[in-house]
Design a protein around this ligand. Structure first.
Ligand code: CA
Length: 228
């Protein structure tokens, strides 16, 4: 899988240099020159890591970091020109994972990126976080979020969503869903799956422009995040 890194840095030369070096290392890199655009980009696309400059025009890096943490647990490395301890501490306090001080050797940056990605792969995120576009389910906390907003689901709706997410991109028949969520011995209404899909849609899809749950006529349902 390609690792995508977002650089949020207003110094164009430095941004360009990091982009070249990271691309050379095999990462797929995107660059935004201010915090607002960076946040928008993160909400729209999937990345595995963010390099976030602290001194940014309008919205500074600290505030950008704070806002990212409202909707994402993505690894963040703060990039700071200041050598001030307070900036670093502040960055780590509000959820940044690491920081690097300018000027830095590119090798050091690469080492930090590798370390953080490794930590991420082995740790928390892989096990507990299910994601499709801007929808995340943290199964360790039973927490569902879309575009940063916490969404309350009933137990059955939650189970259904987790099942769809674990089978992202795979069409599931009504029967498969019924057996998985309600069990083989379920004897109630046969349209229960459609009813619960409707409940779920009203909460996680209807308020948002991009729909994740799709009906496959005559078969069942699929959750997809790969179309606009
Ligand atoms: Ca800057």
């Amino acid at each position: 899988m390609v690792t995508r890194i977002l650089i949020i840095e207003d110094e164009k030369q430095l941004a360009r240099l990091m982009e070249l070096e990271l691309t050379h290392e095999g990462y797929q890199v995107a660059v935004e020159y201010n915090g607002v655009d960076g946040l928008d980009r993160l909400k729209e696309e999937e990345f595995q890591l963010v390099l976030l400059d602290i001194m940014l025009p309008e919205l500074d890096g600290i505030e950008v970091c704070r806002r990212i943490r409202r909707f994402s647990e993505i690894p963040i490395i703060m990039v700071t020109a200041k050598d001030g301890i307070s900036d670093k501490v502040k960055g780590l306090d509000i959820g940044a994972d690491d920081y690097i001080t300018k000027p830095f050797a590119i090798e050091e940056l690469l080492a930090r990126i590798r370390a953080l990605l490794r930590r991420q792969q082995n740790g928390y995120q892989e096990d507990n976080l299910l994601q499709a576009g801007d929808l995340t389910v943290d199964t360790s906390r039973y927490q569902v979020k879309r575009a940063g907003e916490v969404i309350k689901l009933t137990k059955k709706e939650y189970d259904l969503l987790v099942y769809l997410l674990k089978n992202k991109g795979i069409v599931l028949s009504r029967e498969e869903i019924l057996n998985e969520i309600w069990g083989y011995d379920y004897l109630g209404e046969t349209n229960i799956v459609d009813v619960y899909i409707r409940y779920l849609r009203s909460k996680i899809d209807e308020p948002f422009s991009k729909k994740l749950i799709q009906t496959v006529r005559g078969v069942g349902y699929v959750l997809r995040d790969d179309q606009k």
